[in-house]
Design a protein around this ligand. Structure first.
Ligand SMILES: Nc1ncnc2c1ncn2[C@@H]1O[C@H](COP(=O)(O)OP(=O)(O)OP(=O)(O)O)[C@@H](O)[C@H]1O
Ligand SMILES: [Mg+2]
Length: 326
C-alpha cells in the first residue's frame, strides 16, 4: 500500500477538569482514547461519526495542529503534524484546510468578504498580480454557484448563513488543498442548502482530487458522501469500514443502534426520525471506565465486556470492529 495521506496512530487526548474553588475534585477526561485510522493518498472521503462529546472536534483540532495529542502520533504524508507546524507551517495549511461549523469564525466583521479571499491568495501566493487574483476569485465563485457581482463588496453580516458557508467553499476552491477537515460543516445551514454543500464536497474530490475528513453526528449524510465510515463512541473507535458495508451490515452493537434510527425509504416500515446523535441523550451518561465503553448500554453484554477493553481488530480485508462478539 502506498503512503497514507493521513494517519492517526494510537492517538489519545486527555483534559484535566474540575478543581475550581475546591468544590469539585479534579478529574481527567479521556476525550480521545487510543484512536487509530488512516486515509489513503487517492482522493477520498472518510466520515468520522459520533455523538456529542465523543471527541470529534478534539480529533479535528489535533489534525489541524491546534492541539497536541497527549500520546500517539498524527502523520500527514508520513510526517508528524507537529513537525509540519514547526518547520513548514504555511505548506501544511496550503495542503490541510479546515471548514468549521460556524463560517463566521473566519470572517472579520469589519472587512468586506472579499478580504477573506484576498488574504488567502496573498498568504499562499496564489496569484502574482491584482488582476490575476481578481480573475481567480471570480472563477472560484462562479464554480460554487455564487454571483460575484452580488456578493463582493459586502460585509459578512450582509450575507445569509448559507452564502457565508458557500463563500468558505470558494476559499477552499482557491487554495485547492489536498485535505479538508470539515467539522460539522452543514449543521448550521438551512436544510435545503445542505445537499448542495455536500455535492460541492463530492465534486471537489472528483474534479480536483481534494480529500475530506467529514466529521458529523449524522450517519445519513455520511452514507451519502463518504467512501468509508469510522464510528466513534466515547472517544474510542468501535467500528470502521467501507460505507456500504457499515450501513448495510453494521457489526458493532453501537453502530447497529445508530443504523436502526436512519430513515428507511420503505413505506411499509416505520419511518423513524432522521438520526441525530445529539438526541441520543441517554447514551452520554454511560461511558464505562473499565472494559468496553459501550457495555452499560449493550444488549449483548458479556462478563468479559465489563473487564476487558476490546481492541479494534480487522475481521476482513477492509473491516474493523472493537467488540468481544467478533
Ligand atoms: N479544552 C477542553 N477542556 C476540557 N474538556 C474538554 C476540552 N475540549 C473538549 N473537552 C471535553 O472532551 C470531550 C470531547 O469533546 P469534543 O468537543 O471533541 O466532542 P465532539 O464529539 O466534537 O462533540 P460535539 O458533537 O458536541 O461537537 C467532551 O467531554 C468535552 O467536554
Ligand atoms: Mg464538535
Amino acid at each position: 500500500m502506498d503512503q497514507p495521506l493521513l494517519e492517526l496512530r494510537n492517538v489519545s487526548r486527555e483534559f484535566k477538569v474540575g478543581g475550581g474553588l475546591g468544590l469539585f475534585s479534579r478529574r481527567i477526561i479521556k476525550a480521545v482514547d487510543a484512536v487509530s485510522f488512516s486515509m489513503p493518498s487517492k482522493p477520498w472521503i472518510t466520515a468520522l461519526i459520533g455523538e456529542s462529546g465523543s471527541g470529534k472536534t478534539t480529533i479535528a483540532r489535533m489534525i489541524l495542529g491546534l492541539l497536541p495529542p497527549t500520546s500517539g502520533e498524527i502523520l500527514y504524508r508520513g510526517r508528524k503534524v507537529s513537525e509540519w507546524i514547526k518547520k513548514n507551517k504555511m505548506e501544511y495549511y496550503r495542503e490541510v484546510q479546515p471548514i468549521f461549523q460556524d463560517p463566521y469564525s473566519i470572517y472579520n466583521p469589519f472587512y468586506r468578504v472579499d478580504r477573506v479571499l484576498e488574504i488567502a491568495i496573498k498568504k499562499f501566493k496564489l496569484a502574482s498580480s491584482r488582476e490575476e487574483a481578481r480573475g481567480l476569485i471570480i472563477k472560484a465563485m462562479e464554480d460554487i454557484g455564487l454571483r460575484p457581482e452580488d456578493l463582493l463588496g459586502r460585509y459578512p453580516h450582509q450575507l445569509s448563513g448559507g452564502e457565508r458557508q458557500r463563500f468558505m467553499l470558494t476559499r477552499i476552491l482557491l487554495i485547492k488543498p489536498r485535505l479538508i477537515v470539515a467539522d460539522e460543516p452543514i449543521s448550521m445551514i438551512d436544510v435545503s442548502l445542505r445537499a448542495i454543500f455536500l455535492d460541492h464536497l463530492l465534486s471537489f474530490k472528483e474534479k480536483h482530487g481534494i480529500s475530506c475528513l467529514y466529521i458529523s453526528h449524522d450517519l445519513h449524510t455520511a452514507s451519502y458522501l463518504a467512501d468509508n465510515i469510522v464510528i466513534l463512541c466515547y472517544g474510542r473507535i468501535v467500528e470502521e469500514g467501507p460505507k456500504n458495508h457499515v450501513i448495510e451490515d453494521p457489526l458493532h452493537p453501537y453502530t447497529k443502534l445508530l443504523i436502526s434510527s436512519i430513515p428507511i425509504p420503505d413505506p411499509k416500515r416505520r419511518w423513524i426520525d432522521k438520526i441525530d446523535l445529539r438526541s441520543v441523550e441517554s447514551l452520554r451518561k454511560f461511558r464505562m471506565e473499565k472494559g468496553c465503553v459501550f457495555s452499560a448500554r449493550c444488549p449483548y453484554v458479556m462478563e468479559k465486556c465489563l473487564s476487558e477493553t476490546p481492541q479494534l481488530k480487522s475481521i476482513s480485508l477492509e473491516r474493523k470492529v472493537a467488540c468481544h462478539l467478533y
